[in-house]
Ligand binder design. Structure first.
Ligand code: IPE
Ligand code: IPE
Ligand code: MG
Length: 243
């Protein structure tokens, strides 16, 4: 028997990914140093996590630092790393209490050893949590991720552990750092920039993209709800004909 049409409100996207952009412009508009924008951005991170958990989003991926952000002045890189360190130290207990699982993607080998330690500790402590998976992208870039996957696959072939004929999309995905994480349903970028900046290029193949003008430090639950409503109005086709 066919199930009765659901009367429920449309469900939240399973995976929301956010390019948190505009901290510098937020600070500049207030005559403040850029670090003030990044600090205020950390408050927006807290709000986004709480809102996603409340709305039943299962995965939230936040682009915190790209593999290209090392090009910024050393002072700013130091400030961003300092904030990440501070965030991991200060928020771990709260995240764990809220049953949130933490995962970090990106090349962590270039991060300070103590930050690598804090990341490992956050991932281990929260590994059994299941209310929301918070994926933090740090020193992350899609090109580097895809190249690293290709290199690992090539090595497996060379060592005779993998038949080239077995390389398909599924196997390739499983060599990316996002293994086990469903692809983003909704990808939001704040601050009015209309590009992906090397974020989840493989994984976002069929994500619904929502660009909003709000600068990241001003982002709150209202903006998330608006982006989700926009997502719910879209028809996802995955290449099929329109219905
Ligand atoms: C996003 O804000 C934070 C990071 C990229 C780390 P920006 O620092 O890029 O802010 P704008 O784009 O200069 O305003
Ligand atoms: C993308 O923002 C990276 C993060 C939000 C961490 P950027 O501000 O670095 O991107 P571009 O330089 O404008 O493309
Ligand atoms: Mg920016």
């Amino acid at each position: 028997m066919r199930p009765a049409p659901s009367q429920d409100a449309p469900s939240a996207p399973c995976h929301v990914a956010i390019i948190m952009d505009g901290n510098g412009r937020w600070a500049k508009a207030r005559g403040l140093p850029r670090v003030a924008g990044h600090r205020s951005g950390a408050d927006a991170v807290r709000r986004a996590i709480i809102a996603c958990r409340e709305l039943g989003v299962r995965y939230l991926t936040l682009y915190a630092f790209s593999s290209e952000n090392w090009k910024r002045p050393q002072d700013e890189v130091d400030d961003l790393m300092g904030l990440l360190r501070h965030y991991l130290r200060r928020e771990l207990a709260e995240l764990h209490k809220n049953n949130i699982r933490v995962r970090v993607i990106g090349d962590r080998s270039r991060l300070a050893p103590d930050i690598q330690g804090l990341i490992g500790q956050a991932e281990q402590t929260t590994a059994g949590n299941d209310a929301l998976t918070l994926v933090i992208a740090v020193n992350y870039g899609s090109h580097a991720e895809i190249v690293a996957a290709a290199r690992r696959i090539a090595r497996e072939v060379k060592e005779g552990r993998l038949d080239p004929a077995a390389i398909d999309e599924r196997l390739f995905s499983a060599h990316l750092q996002t293994v086990g994480i469903p692809d983003p349903d909704l990808l939001i970028r704040t601050s009015g920039e209309l590009r992906l900046s090397n974020f989840l290029l493989w994984q976002a193949a069929y994500s619904e993209l929502v660009f909003i003008d709000t600068l990241w430090p001003d982002f709150d639950k209202k903006h998330l709800l608006e982006a989700i409503s926009e997502y719910q109005r879209r028809e996802r086709r995955y290449g099929a004909s329109s219905g």
